[in-house]
Design a protein around this ligand. Sequence first.
Ligand code: SAM
Length: 290
Amino acid sequence: KTPTLGNPQNTIEILQKYNFNFQKKFGQNFLIDEHVLDKIIRAAEITKDDYVLEIGPGIGTMTQYLACAAREVTAVEIDRALIPILEDTLKEYDNVSIINEDILKVDIAALAKEKNGGRPIKVVANLPYYITTPIIMGLFESHVPLESITVMVQKEVADRMQVGPGTKDYGALSLAVQYYAEPYIVANVPPNCFMPRPAVGSAVIRLTRHQKPPVEVMDEKLMFRLIRASFNQRRKTLANGLKNSGELNLSKEVITAAIEKLGKGSSVRGEALDLEEFARLTNIIKEEME
Ligand code: SAM
């Protein structure tokens, strides 16, 4: 079997055959570039042993490529109007199942258990951009056994996931992603590779799940609260960010002592700290609180 939908003409034909109307609210921009599709599949390193979860298959373009490369694919699509189209474009592939559901409501851990014996799964998607962060953080924070996530996202979001301190894109998302995974930008993808064209540039990023987090932290939840508080008020000092945080409730004394113990000056900003320093700060504060 050879995938047919990477070709724009075939995509147009299918859309016309079903009189399909694009829904902006679902972030529908379908891929129409064979090179990009090949690149995604290669970056995800899919083999015939793999079970793949695809989020938002659209008309099934990437699904055809995934079905050729993987052992089994589950594709979760929210838009009911796309289901008859998917049944048509994927009818020759007997290793694909389609679920008509909102991905945020799917029990992915149960799916991994049922379809992959609980072994780590690969997630591949051209994501709907309006829910990129909840999807990715949901995958990391839940107990889904995960090997890697290879996804198309907005270029700026891919940059944010990959950078460290000292750049304008650095923030809570960078730290969260890097705590759970090793990010690698595979390709930048211009708007003309999609139909309709999105208003922003896109990038494919591969997030390879760490076997074990790169830093040791006594309380993960506390660390992420500290991170959020530090970046909520970007222009303020770390001390003020932590002091003004509603969810933390730390005394001025605890904060000042912790920053000093970390080896930083009182005017240090949160955005200057790397993951290792946030982990250390968390451990210091945790000990002070006990
Ligand atoms: N994979 C297709 C491709 O590359 O051509 C389509 C990608 S398009 C950017 C995003 C897809 O995700 C759309 O088909 C959209 O309907 C679907 N989608 C949007 N929100 C979703 C959600 N909450 N759960 C599952 N699918 C969703």
